[in-house]
Ligand binder design. Structure first.
Ligand code: CMX
Length: 442
């Protein structure tokens, strides 16, 4: 923790210097214009936020501090020689410090997560025990993370009256604890909702000190297979961060800027992620594929069948989940990485076969509608198929897994934002009369 803290501090200081020089040299340089269409159209592509952890390029996909998805997979450290994919928590180190960690650094971080994860008091599990199991797993997660805010060190220190310059240190402490706690809590929600309604008080939530964060999650939900451990590493690594403007990251940033503690910021992130146009699309996407399978019955799978199914689906006014994006204009490289995983490990899986045919047909159908700016698959298109293949057959749970991973990105953003002392976010809104008068004056 000491080294991570020092390196995070270093990164904050260097970024601060850079920002200071930019503001001093170019105080009034316009960066983006905002038109009437932008204001009523959800501010697509209007630049209003600074997020250094990652940047989304329409034609390239997500760049994690400049590195593409393939570079991350290639360059980040692996737990041992038998692993195909890097340790997911190396992304946390990298986003906070701008440095790819050594495997020794990461093993220490994983141990820290282990120690914090195993310290969840039984009253937290009792809180979860009182939530009816028919409650959507995302609502269970959101309620529990909000409840955890009583553990916030930042909250405690803030009310003791610490200096503004020290906020980030306690936000970092909370961030590490939250990341440690979330996979245990999420695993417990999984077990009691889908596997055994009768478990109580955190039964079976025993972490292993010799495992990384992803493998420990696999263990808690009942898996020790190498392949699923690697799939989870890839899943958690790639869902972690997607710049600052997406709904979940933005919600977390906005809430954090009020100095609400990290647990509440993260609850806000998870609430935004729960929408079907955002993280819940992975749930909807798997349901879409299962429905294709159901409607197909014993008939042979053909392109004609998929085409008709997709067109009928669109004609009911629904969006096809897993396709389209507000910023991207290519197939999402995270989709490509998940697809590679599936085609390497289980190309004959029936859902994979349907997905592959959908991938050939759906972008063409969507392209026929000129208002759809990106007809290609996004991250949510393939992720459910990976989980389903390994027996995680509950689509309602998939967004929880997205949220586990997203904790890495939004918590890194929060630490850096407080380190850089970004102020309360407070954009200006106007009424229609004002908009009308501005338009008429121009
Ligand atoms: N199926 C049908 N219609 C779609 C579509 C899809 N997959 N993607 C976009 N469209 C429609 C939009 O609904 C919009 O229609 P209206 O003008 O009638 O409202 C029109 O095409 C223009 O949309 P756009 O500018 O191309 O895309 P947006 O930035 O407005 O929306 C997104 C982006 C992701 C919400 C949209 O593509 C969508 O709803 N996709 C399906 C849901 C999904 O997969 N979401 C997950 C995104 C990734 C994530 O955040 O996790």
């Amino acid at each position: 923790m000491k080294l991570l803290k020092e390196k995070t501090y270093d990164c904050i200081q260097k970024t601060k210097e850079k920002l200071k020089s930019l503001v001093n040299t170019y105080p009034n340089t316009p960066v983006s214009v905002c038109t009437t269409t932008d204001i009523i159209g959800g501010l697509r592509n209007v630049i209003t936020l600074l997020t250094d952890t990652s940047y989304l390029e329409a034609g390239k996909g997500i760049l994690f501090r400049g590195k593409t998805v393939s570079q991350v997979i290639k360059e980040f450290p692996k737990w041992d020689d038998s692993c195909e994919y890097p340790v997911a928590e190396s992304m946390l180190w990298y986003l906070l410090t701008k440095e790819v960690p050594s495997i020794d650094d990461i093993k220490l971080l994983s141990k820290e997560l282990y120690y914090r994860g195993k310290e969840i008091p039984s009253f937290v599990f009792e809180f979860i025990d009182n939530i009816p199991t028919y409650t959507h797993p995302m609502s269970q997660l959101i309620s529990t993370v909000s409840y955890l805010e009583s553990f916030s060190l930042f909250k405690l220190k803030y009310f003791e009256g610490i200096s503004k310059a020290d906020y980030w240190k306690y936000i970092l402490e909370d961030a590490i604890s939250l990341i440690a706690h979330i996979n245990v809590i999420a695993a417990y929600i999984y077990k009691r909702t889908f596997i055994n309604n009768n478990i109580k008080k955190g039964e079976g939530m025993n972490l292993d000190i010799n495992l990384d964060w992803s493998s420990n999650f696999a263990k808690l939900i009942g898996y020790d297979d190498k392949c699923i451990q690697d799939m989870l590493r890839l899943y958690f690594l790639l869902h972690s961060d997607h710049e600052g403007g997406n709904a979940s990251a933005h919600a977390s940033h906005l809430i954090g800027s009020t100095l609400a503690n990290p647990y509440l910021s993260f609850a806000g992130c998870a609430i935004a992620l729960s929408g079907p146009l955002h993280g819940l699309a992975n749930q909807e996407c798997l349901k879409f594929l299962l429905n294709v399978k159901k409607h197909l019955g014993d008939s042979p799978l053909t392109y004609e069948f998929i085409e008709k199914y997709a067109k009928d689906f669109l004609s009911t006014g629904k969006v096809i989940p897993g396709y389209g994006h507000a910023v991207l204009r290519i197939p999402d490289p995270r989709f490509v990485a998940f697809r590679d995983f599936a085609l390497n490990h289980f190309p004959n899986d029936p859902i994979v076969k349907i997905l592959e045919m959908c991938y050939k047909v759906i972008p063409q159908i969507l392209s026929n509608n000129k208002k759809i700016k990106n007809p290609y698959p996004n991250v949510d298109c393939y992720s459910g198929a990976l989980l389903y293949h390994y027996g995680l057959k509950y689509p309602e749970y998939y967004t929880v897994m997205f949220a586990i991973s997203r904790s890495i990105g939004v918590m890194s953003q929060l630490v850096l934002n407080r380190g850089l002392m970004f102020p309360l976010e407070r954009p200006k809104s106007i009424d229609i009369n004002y908009l009308n008068s501005v338009c008429e004056q121009n």
